[in-house]
Design a protein around this ligand. Structure first.
Ligand code: DC
Length: 219
């Protein structure tokens, strides 16, 4: 049986940084499920579909093929044959992903892809519904969170490092809105699984979070 570790939590809690570091240390494959929702969102943006148009979104889902591949251990997301890895990290795509991941046809498609990946491979998978829906039998489930202020500050610093001049209040407001939407949607809302371990990273650095989670995995 493959080893499955699930990490769920709100946007900006550091899930991908932490999961990548753990995957490297433990020799697991890191699966970033948010990137899959982002690839779908990029498709919707490109064809100009409104995030409110559920009917249209449902009708084009069958035209979208999302897959992932690994190059030097890094996940690449392929959208209808095109590697879109470098195009999905914008706020626009993130907000579109949050808005369109509420629809059942979008989720059904990506959840089955994620479940297939975890069947045969030791994975650490991050997202919103991994411990609750995608891998309910995961060997270890972590719910990684941090305060809104702390997550906004991290995002702010990232953007400053990229040479941008971000607006802190706008970032914090976006995070709050995304948290609300992700945790109040009807299907597979962001929620701590009953058997997940809560890790609050507000007062911890990356190494401390990584070591804490690895100690749970080794138990
Ligand atoms: O983790 P992220 O910011 O890349 O995810 C983008 C959006 O995708 C997130 O706001 C909600 C959605 N998502 C989801 O619904 N389920 C997942 N397992 C992962 C992401």
């Amino acid at each position: 049986m493959a080893m499955n570790v699930a990490i769920d939590g709100p946007a900006g809690a550091g899930k991908s940084t932490i999961a990548k570091a753990i995957a490297k240390k433990m020799g697991y494959v890191y699966v970033d499920t948010g990137a899959m929702y982002r690839a779908m969102a990029l498709y919707f943006l490109r064809v100009g579909i409104s995030p409110d148009d559920e009917e249209k979104i449902s009708s084009v889902v069958d035209n979208i093929l999302v897959s992932i591949k690994y190059e030097d251990g890094a996940q690449h997301v392929i959208l209808n044959g095109e590697d879109v890895t470098g195009m999905i990290r914008t706020e626009e795509v993130g907000n579109m992903a949050s808005a369109t991941s509420v629809y059942s046809p979008v989720r059904t498609k990506l959840v089955s892809l994620q479940q297939e990946l975890a069947k045969t491979t030791d994975v650490i998978m991050d997202g919103r519904d991994i411990g609750t829906v995608v891998l309910p039998n995961a060997d270890v489930k972590i719910f990684l969170t941090a305060s809104v202020e702390c997550r906004a500050k991290r995002r702010f610093d990232e953007l400053v490092a990229k040479g941008e001049t971000p607006d802190f209040d706008k970032i914090a407001k976006d995070i709050e809105e995304r948290d609300y939407r992700d945790s109040h949607r009807e299907i597979s809302p962001l929620k701590q699984a009953d058997d997940a371990i809560l890790v609050d990273s507000s007062e911890m650095n990356i190494d401390q979070v990584v070591e804490t989670i690895i100690s749970y995995i080794n138990k």
